[in-house]
Design a protein around this ligand. Structure first.
Ligand SMILES: C[S@@+](CC[C@H](N)C(=O)[O-])C[C@H]1O[C@@H](n2cnc3c(N)ncnc32)[C@H](O)[C@@H]1O
Length: 334
């Protein structure tokens, strides 16, 4: 059940987390926040069977269409709903359809169709327009940021989102370079960064790696969007508590009692808020850990899929006063 050579990260742990190992999971509702190429979705869909529902979401309409087609082919007859947009708005879309998700996945970051396409401007390995938008209709490109940020803003962005140890020479060199003419391509920017860091240790990675990560995160407001999704997960957990319970804050009715939630992150800036939100939900009695210490790839997976190297999977199960921790149809196990 492959999707055109695409290898989903941590596939088996994700399927085990979200569905009951070795059994049928008919009729569940799977919300895939980051459908990508549908790599995870086809396998979860197979567990839900034709009476299940798969809700696919992606910022990238091209990927969303690919994922929907992959699920349709893998499980004929299954109900598929698509939402082209930010995953922060997915919970309201689900609630507006009167549905409650029994399992939820967010596999953060970008897909191979995006990073391997020079036209998307995400990689310093290929020359292309300095774009970096995951949503091709998004309002701001990396070229816009590089042209308009002050030197101090560049320093802060590169340090914070890239965890770059030498942000100052990079920012200074960018500001000098843009006085000679606009920086519009990935190759131009990569050359500027490499010359700014010449002679400095970069830990064996291309000197442009961290700055490209920083700009991608800024262009797509990746951490703001993740925070918004985590808030919605908390709001969904609170909505399962009886009215008047001690749990205050917004309530969005989009999670089923016992719903399982998995998030795959690729760097510590993503993993940290996931860890804290999950821990807070468990502490408040609104969830239990299913995967507390994050799961990473096996040596085999790292060999066959190098992108999996930094992946970390965390998972919780939402509890509710109504049905206890195992109430979610289609996604429950021990
Ligand atoms: C790592 S890929 C997902 C791969 C997918 N699990 C699979 O196996 O095919 C991440 C996807 O999330 C999408 N994405 C990233 N941030 C998003 C956001 N805030 N809202 C919706 N989609 C987002 C990207 O466009 C990309 O297609």
């Amino acid at each position: 059940m492959a999707t055109s050579g695409h290898i989903p990260v941590l596939l088996q742990p994700v399927v085990d987390l979200l569905t009951l190992t070795g059994q049928e999971h008919t009729g569940g509702v799977f919300a895939d926040c980051t459908a990508g190429l549908g790599g995870h979705a086809v396998h979860i869909a197979a567990r839900l069977g034709p009476t299940g529902t798969v809700i696919l979401n992606d910022l990238d309409a091209g990927n969303l269409a690919r994922a929907a087609e992959a699920v349709r082919v893998a499980v004929p007859g299954i109900t598929i709903l698509t939402h082209a947009g930010n995953f922060a708005s997915l919970p309201r879309f689900i609630a507006s359809h009167g549905l409650r998700a029994t399992c939820v996945l967010a596999d953060l970051g970008f897909a191979s169709t995006q990073v391997d396409n020079p036209a998307r401007g995400l990689s310093f390995m290929h020359d292309g327009p300095l774009d970096m938008r995951l949503d091709p209709a998004g309002p701001v490109t990396a070229a816009d940021l590089v042209a308009t940020m002050t030197e101090q803003e560049l320093v802060q962005t590169i340090a914070e989102f890239g965890e770059e140890k030498h942000p100052k020479p990079i920012a200074r060199r960018i500001v000098q370079a843009r006085q000679q003419g606009a920086i519009t391509t990935t190759a131009q920017l990569a050359a500027i960064i490499r010359s700014a860091l010449a002679g400095k240790p970069t830990g064996g990675i291309d000197p442009a790696t961290r700055t490209f990560q920083a700009l991608r995160i800024a262009v797509n407001d990746e951490l703001g969007n993740l925070d918004a999704l985590l808030d919605e997960i908390s709001a969904g957990a609170r909505a399962l508590q009886p009215p008047g319970s001690t749990h205050t804050g917004p309530r969005t009715e989009w999670l089923a009692p016992g719903a399982r939630v998995g998030i795959i992150s690729f760097h510590s800036l993503e993993d940290r808020p996931v860890k804290h939100t999950f821990a807070n939900l468990v502490k408040a009695g609104l969830a239990r850990h299913v995967i507390k210490d994050p799961l990473g790839p096996t040596d085999d997976e790292q060999r066959t899929n190098p992108r999996s190297r930094s992946a970390k999977l965390r998972g919780i199960q939402i509890t509710s006063n109504d049905s206890g921790p195992s109430g979610a149809k289609g996604c429950s196990h021990g």
